[in-house]
Design a protein. Structure first.
Length: 263
């Protein structure tokens, strides 16, 4: 493989049928081997509210009790995953829907309860990059939900940005790998209400300042932190951009300050 692209798609696009259809066409047209990682948080939140389950987020990360775990598993690994796979098949992309438990492909460990008890939330421990390579060599496009497992029979809800970062990092040992986070904004914005305030590049030092200033907050925190971790561990490039700009070269680029900007 000459290159691998890992793309993460967020809930806003999944909630918009027209935007999702365009994204699926663009993703199918993306050249080379590729993997899709998806969230689906808003649909899970709506279902949890209908079931009168408490929804709680801390710095963009969901607190997952047993009832919430059941909901996110049904929504992420079930409804959303299979809808995405079906849409990609219609767009000519031979997609394969997966969770981390399938093929034991991604192993996670339950997050320690300190300083925040996130419940059934996991952090990635291991990725079977060899199995991923075989799937990609077979012409398949894995589509991952953020539901992983601990190897002992327990499912865990993982942050989809973290899953995308871990997959890209593992695949970077096989071939040059790029990571793209797609959502509803142009990228990281200095003013979230002004698309013209795009921050075109973020380095570790710049991120620390932007977080202190409150420019980067909420759900953007894990996204940028995982992007920084990925480039530090060998991913060629990470970008954050609008889902309808998947095939364009714009948005915010995340790079290690000690490395030159990738071509």
């Amino acid at each position: 493989m000459e290159r691998i692209t890992v793309v993460k798609i967020g809930g806003h696009v999944i909630d918009d049928p027209a935007a999702l259809a365009r994204f699926q066409r663009d993703f199918a047209a993306l050249p080379g081997a590729k993997i899709l990682v998806h969230g689906g948080g808003k649909l899970a939140t709506r279902l949890a509210e209908r079931l009168e389950l408490k929804v709680e987020l801390v710095e963009g990360r969901r607190i997952t009790d047993k009832g919430t775990l059941d909901v996110v598993t049904m929504v992420y690994a079930g409804l959303v995953n299979k809808q995405l796979v079906a849409g990609l098949q219609a767009a000519g992309c031979n997609a394969l829907g997966l969770s981390g438990a399938d093929g034991n492909i991604v192993l996670a460990g339950r997050r320690p309860p300190q300083p925040v008890d996130y419940g059934f939330v996991g952090d990635i421990v291991r990725v079977d990059s060899e199995l991923l390579r075989r799937l990609l060599d077979a012409g398949l496009t894995p589509v991952f939900s953020a539901i992983m497992h601990d190897g002992a029979g327990t499912l865990l809800n993982c942050n989809a940005d973290s899953v995308a970062s871990a997959l890209a990092t593992a695949l970077a040992r096989i071939a040059p790998t790029d990571l793209i986070y797609c959502f509803e904004k142009r990228g990281v914005l200095g003013d979230p209400d002004d698309e013209r305030s795009l921050i075109r590049e973020i380095t570790p030092v710049g991120y620390a300042a932007l977080r202190t200033q409150g420019v980067i907050r909420g759900g953007m925190i894990p996204k940028v932190e995982n992007a920084l971790k990925a480039v530090e561990q060998g991913v060629r490039s990470v970008s954050i951009r609008r889902a309808d700009r998947l095939l364009a070269d714009d948005g915010t680029t995340i790079r290690n300050s000690q490395l030159s900007t990738p071509d």
